[in-house]
Write a protein that binds this ligand. Structure first.
Ligand code: ACO
Length: 325
């Protein structure tokens, strides 16, 4: 048995509106709002890094759990925008928090599905050895993608979210998690440069290709709707419940229209789906834990509620988790 003991989240103070973007690229508040539902996004200050965001969210989750860093037995950080190329962000976080010298590792490259996948890994680790695992989803995307590409830049924001998991029910029992991967469509959503296939070099620097996030928006849209919907159905079937039993669905916040399409397919009313995309945009693997934290802070989750998380990201990867509060 594994459960969530504490929740945390953090978004940088600096806010950028759609009108601010319209000063920089050829776009409008109207285009962004109607296509995505995004109005604002938070942008890390120039002296903030991925680690800073992760550390605040982690500290808040520890405080919510009534625990201190010395109580942590393992750290997993889900991110596609790490502190440095190597070592992983989890190493930096272990040192910053001052936890014991515990296993710590990143789950990188799974895009926006990373955090829910990480919950599944943590759950398995807890089953093997009863322990307390800190799971963080963090993204500082705005520093690594081009600010000249209106088709992608306006979609993203920076944030972090975290949970502390342990070997008892805690505040929310993790009933089950499902996840999957379709690696046949890696070219549809990818940042190509920086690995062994396309190493970073002078030509790349000149063309700024290292900041070019390739995204075939409409194909990603369709896959995101299909996979997030199916993942919710699958996890509910595994726990013997239906969408009618769900108090709150917390989906990855990539696009309000994606969220609405998932909601309609699941036949869930609007008030049973948590949406904060208007304020943060798409914050990658931070999106689900940030929304989970906010929903709790806003009193939108009560004891006894069945809550379902669902996410989809580059890979393609998808995952859904059923939580019993
Ligand atoms: N402002 C104004 N015009 C724009 C902008 C912008 N910021 N960006 C693109 N356009 C233009 C395009 O150039 C295109 O112009 P054209 O018709 O002259 O070629 C036109 O708007 C329409 O573009 P589409 O791609 O058809 O617009 P669409 O309705 O598909 O919306 C969007 C684009 C919002 C990206 C949508 O496809 C989407 O949300 N897809 C899902 C992808 C996603 O969420 N990705 C996030 C990362 S992955 C993840 O988190 C799951």
């Amino acid at each position: 048995m594994a459960g969530i003991l504490g929740f945390g989240g953090y978004a940088p103070a600096q806010v950028m509106t759609n009108d601010d973007w319209a000063q920089l690229v050829d776009t409008t508040d109207e285009w962004i709002t109607t296509r995505t539902g995004i109005k604002r996004r938070h942008i890390a200050a120039s002296d903030e890094t991925t680690l800073d965001l992760a550390a605040v969210a982690a500290e808040r989750a520890l405080e919510d759990a009534g625990l201190s860093p010395s109580d942590i037995d393992e750290i997993i950080v889900a991110t596609d925008t790490p502190e440095v190329y190597t070592p992983d962000t989890a190493s930096f976080l272990q040192d910053r928090l001052g936890t014991p010298e515990v296993p710590a590792y990143d789950l990188g490259g799974s895009g926006c599905a990373g955090f829910v996948q990480a919950i599944d890994v943590a759950r398995a680790r807890i089953h093997l050895h009863p322990k307390r695992v800190l799971v963080v989803g963090v993204e500082l995307i705005t520093r690594l993608v081009s600010w000249k590409d209106r088709a992608t830049a306006v979609l993203f924001g920076d944030a972090a979210g975290a949970v502390v998991m342990g070997p008892d029910d805690g505040k929310a029992k993790v009933l089950d998690v499902v996840s999957g991967t379709d690696g046949s469509k890696t070219e549809i959503l990818t940042l190509l440069v920086g690995g062994t296939r396309y190493p970073f070099g002078p030509t790349v620097a000149e063309t700024e290709e290292h900041q070019h996030l390739i995204m075939h928006g409409q194909e990603v849209f369709k896959e995101a709707v299909r996979r997030m919907t199916q993942a919710v159905r699958d996890v509910l079937e595994r726990v013997g419940r239906t969408a009618a039993d769900v108090a709150l669905v917390i989906p990855h916040q990539a696009n309000k229209r994606i969220i609405d399409a998932v909601r309609r397919r699941l036949e869930v009313d609007e008030d049973r789906v948590y949406v904060n995309i208007e304020e943060y945009g798409n914050t990658g693997s931070a999106s689900v834990p940030l929304a989970l934290w906010e929903a709790k802070e806003e009193g939108k989750i009560a004891e006894g509620d069945l809550v379902v998380l669902t996410a989809f990201g580059a890979g393609f990867h998808w995952a859904a988790a059923a939580l019993q509060f």
